[in-house]
Design a protein around this ligand. Structure first.
Ligand code: GMT
Length: 374
């Protein structure tokens, strides 16, 4: 099939999912056209069957705001016509689902639009009265809509007050990339005295409650020698650095910023901490599990569909800093328990979220919409 993919190309889990999906579809022989504002950051090198079409926004002086959404729709329609796309698969509703449906109006019904909802496009943006109606339009007009967790499907139906079917397609990991790696040498550089290593990976936005992570770490560190690796970038990062100094843990907090090889960096650590107040899936949790790292997460959104509480990690109430610290300590101090959780995490990630199965689910959806006559 000929498949167009639009997503946010810079750091972000929805962009990661879209890019990985495109690579795996291309590997299976599909022709994939990325239509994005920049090169997707995980695309990296040349791949057979993958093409890139940049959305280059016109900045005419009359415009108060550059018309990205319209330029995107126009580019989608051009690519769809020129390349004879069967399906346009867009990730994150705003603006991609709306622009894609506009492109479909320009091209005709032969172009099928599949929209994947990722999380805050519904839980935050669809709750904003300024965007709700246009998001509902994008979702209702798409030929198929998928969401990355059951929880997100329920949220979508409730927030947008819609009845249309939404397919559940979980995020996935490619086990050729995500497996426990031997990173002893590098671990030794960060934790030279055998400290336990915790890791937090996010886009450092308020929704991630990174200060909670810092406080959990501080409590753990009162009891045992430990280090905290912080991976990612985002608006809260400067504040988080200050907080580390304020609560006296700065010398044990290592901020690494943006990292390309998640599997390597995860393999350095013992436990992933994610204290978010919203998380429709938590791709980073799945990536950690695939690398054999148990997780401590908050009880929100779709995280309970990924983490088996008491088996692959611990799930605690939002803001339960004491509880998270207690479980984190328990995990790293009890070697037998740690090993059990680590093995269970790998098993679950490979069994229930393997890219083989999930890519087939997307392919089945593409076939279904292409065969539909509407
Ligand atoms: O919605 C966001 O915060 C951004 C988005 C992204 O692009 O990183 O993350 C969402 O989509 C991911 C991929 O499906 C999910 O793993 C994240 O849980 C989800 N984020 C939230 O729900 C907060």
């Amino acid at each position: 099939m000929k498949i167009g993919i639009s997503c946010y190309p810079s750091a972000g889990e929805s962009g990661v999912v879209a890019t990985q999906l495109g690579k795996l579809l291309a590997e299976k022989g599909h022709i994939v056209h990325f239509i994005t504002s920049g090169m997707p950051f995980r695309l990296g090198k040349y791949y057979q069957n993958i093409y890139f079409h940049e959305v280059d926004v016109n900045n005419y002086s009359v415009f108060q705001y550059p018309p990205y959404d319209l330029t995107l729709a126009s580019r989608m329609a051009q690519v769809a016509k020129n390349e004879k796309l069967d399906v346009l698969h867009v990730h994150y509703a705003v603006p991609h689902a709306i622009s894609a449906n506009l492109a479909k109006r320009m091209v005709g019904d032969s172009l099928k639009v599949v929209t994947t909802l990722h999380g805050t496009d519904i839980t935050v943006l669809a709750n904003d009265y300024r965007l709700k109606d246009i998001i509902r339009f994008g979702v209702e007009q798409s030929d198929a809509v998928t969401a990355v967790s059951k929880n997100l499907i329920e949220e979508t139906k409730q927030v947008l007050q819609i009845e249309r079917p939404i397919d559940l397609v979980y995020n996935f990991i490619d086990k050729r990339e995500y497996y426990p790696r031997d990173m002893c040498d590098i671990r030794g550089e960060y934790a030279p005295n055998g400290e336990k290593v915790f890791i937090h990976i996010s886009n450092f936005r308020q929704v991630k409650r990174v200060p909670d992570v810092m406080h959990v770490f501080s409590k753990v560190r009162e009891i045992i020698p430990a280090k905290l690796l912080m991976i990612g970038e985002g608006p809260e990062l400067p504040f988080i650095r200050d907080l580390a100094y304020e609560i006296g843990v700065a010398e044990d907090v290592i901020v690494l910023g943006k990292e390309d090889s998640m599997a390597c960096v995860l393999s350095i650590a013992d436990v992933l901490l994610l204290a978010s107040e919203q998380e429709s899936f938590g791709l980073v949790v799945l990536e950690a599990m695939a690398c054999g790292k148990p997780v401590i997460v908050s009880n929100v959104g779709g995280l309970l569909e990924v983490v088996k509480d008491g088996d692959t990690g611990f799930v605690l109430s939002i803001g339960d800093i004491e509880g998270m610290a207690e479980k984190a300590l328990q995990l790293v101090r009890d070697e037998a328990m740690y090993k059990r959780f680590s093995c269970a995490s790998i098993d679950r990630a490979y069994r229930d979220f393997s890219h083989f199965d999930i890519i087939e689910q997307y392919e089945a959806i593409y076939k279904r919409v292409v065969q539909s006559t509407a």
